[in-house]
Design a protein around this ligand. Structure first.
Ligand SMILES: [Mn+2]
Length: 240
């Protein structure tokens, strides 16, 4: 039986719609999971939701309210979605506390770090004065890799991808700044921006700053990430 994987979605107050790019859905399905789209949910129901899922993928989206990591809004902060923030932060905290396998994509990786006490660059161009900053909001097609990520030797992401260097797409103006205690950085772009975080204290808690779901149909190595996640979700499932 396919592990049941919850995928968080965006909620628009303006149009009263729940939105998810279907690439996320097909990536989990192709990797052997049974994807279910999770809209925002009343916090009283989150415990039950987590108990019936085998794993959760936190997807990309708007910026997280910097108040959650103790900062005021920087002028370059993008749109925020208070309803999504409140739900996902509780959902992610509870998932990690219960050692439910978690994969974070872009905003999802940032969310995992914030939930566990880390901080973000609210705007890389303004706040990371490295002098070597590369373009992290690519103009190239979504599936096209535009920058390299160096993966730490011996890390989970390195074992999954099977390479010390990979090429990824990039659609973010924010990134992890101070790491939460439970996470370590295991992938960086050439300008030092953290592109992968992972936990050694959880069955599977890993976040990537790029969008593998938009690459896997053209780059099979990107499917390895989803397969490793689904496999971890399957290991922990209760027999019925
Ligand atoms: Mn990037």
């Amino acid at each position: 039986m396919r592990p049941l994987i919850g995928i968080t979605s965006d909620y628009s107050n303006d149009t009263n719609t729940i939105n998810l790019n279907s690439d996320y859905y097909w990536a989990i399905y192709r990797a052997g999971g049974h994807p279910v789209v999770i809209p925002y949910t009343d916090s009283n129901d989150i415990h039950h939701l987590i108990s019936i899922l085998d794993g959760i993928m936190f997807t990309g989206g708007n910026d997280i309210d910097p108040g959650y990591y103790g900062e005021l809004p920087h002028p370059k902060l993008g749109r925020i979605n208070p309803i999504r923030d409140e739900f996902e932060l509780k959902f992610c905290r509870l998932a990690l506390e219960n050692d439910k396998p978690v994969l974070g994509i872009c905003r999802g990786a940032q969310l995992m770090n914030v939930v566990m006490g880390g901080t973000l660059y609210q705007d890389l161009e303004d706040q990371l004065k490295s002098g070597t900053l590369i373009k992290h909001i690519q103009s190239a097609p979504v599936w096209y890799a535009t920058h390299e990520v160096k993966l730490e030797a011996g890390s989970r992401i390195n074992r999954i991808m099977g390479h010390d260097n990979i090429r990824v797409n990039s659609f973010h103006h924010q990134a992890v700044k101070d790491l939460a205690g439970t996470f370590r950085a295991t992938g960086w772009s050439s300008d030092g921006v953290i592109e992968v975080i992972e936990s050694d204290n959880h069955t599977f808690a890993l976040g990537v700053q790029w969008h593998p779901e938009r690459m896997f149909t053209r780059d099979q190595t990107m499917l390895l990430l989803f397969k490793a996640f689904v496999e971890a979700c399957g290991t922990g499932r209760r027999s019925v």
